[in-house]
Design a protein around this ligand. Structure first.
Ligand code: HEM
Length: 207
């Protein structure tokens, strides 16, 4: 596999661009009438987008045969977790004003918060076990099994989004559709086995 260090660096810098733009917009006060909502929504959207992109890596790799794409999946997943953490932080800071004791009550009161929180909590073990050392420690099979929960986290992320939009559901529905395609592809690869090659299906070479 070719040396991808530079490409990874480019991806890393690009992953930080949305954050830089957000900070820039905040600095210039170009964040609308409700800056707190703007920041919460932007970070939530970024978490979901990075999660979906990270899930698209494997199907893309299979379809294109570009095996090196897999090398970027971890970084993309970590960006999803990073923006998810910022999203949680903005909620704790601007919605709860750091009164942590009010969070359980809010989780019970607003189901979309409960769903978002569950999605985030599912992402925590994935981020913790993302290092090479942890992959080795868990063993490839266990690691892969654990990491299938990323789909559940993404599904809950989409449901969370769907639940919080008031009228126009087209965006969360679009995310749901893309996610269904990615999941469908994965299931197809897992359960569809190409029929075995039999002697009758082998065409003898022409003499
Ligand atoms: C950590 C627990 C979470 C909490 C407490 C939380 C809370 C919130 C809140 C308060 C909003 C703004 C709602 C509004 O303005 O009406 C929001 C929006 C959003 N959140 Fe979360 N969220 C959490 C986790 C997540 C996760 C894990 C994802 C994605 C995987 C996510 C994706 C989104 C999206 C896409 C939006 C809407 C963005 C938009 O309107 O453009 N959230 N969340």
């Amino acid at each position: 596999m070719k040396d991808l260090r530079f490409t990874k660096l480019v991806l890393f810098v690009n992953g930080l661009v949305p954050l830089a733009l957000l900070l820039w917009d905040l600095w210039r006060k170009q964040v609308g009438a409700n800056p707190l909502e703007f920041v919460t929504r932007t970070t939530g959207m970024l978490a979901l987008v990075f999660l979906i992109i990270s899930l698209a890596v494997s199907p893309l790799r299979r379809v294109t045969g570009l095996n090196w794409l897999i090398k970027f999946r971890r970084l993309l997943g970590l960006f999803a977790f990073f923006y998810g953490s910022l999203h949680l932080l903005t909620y704790v800071a601007f919605d709860r004003f750091f009164h942590l004791t009010t969070i359980p009550g809010d989780v019970l009161l607003r189901p979309f918060i409960a769903v978002g929180m569950t999605a985030f909590l599912l992402m925590v073990p994935l981020a913790i076990t993302s290092t090479d050392k942890m992959v080795k420690r868990l063993g490839g099979r266990n690691w892969a099994r654990l990491h299938t929960t990323v789909y559940l986290a993404a599904i809950l992320g989409v449901i969370h989004y769907y639940m919080l939009v008031k009228s126009d559901t087209s965006r969360p529905v679009t995310f749901g559709f893309i996610l269904a395609l990615l999941l469908g592809f994965r299931l197809l690869v897992k359960y569809y086995k190409a029929p075995p090659v039999t002697s009758t299906s082998i065409v003898p070479p022409r003499q």
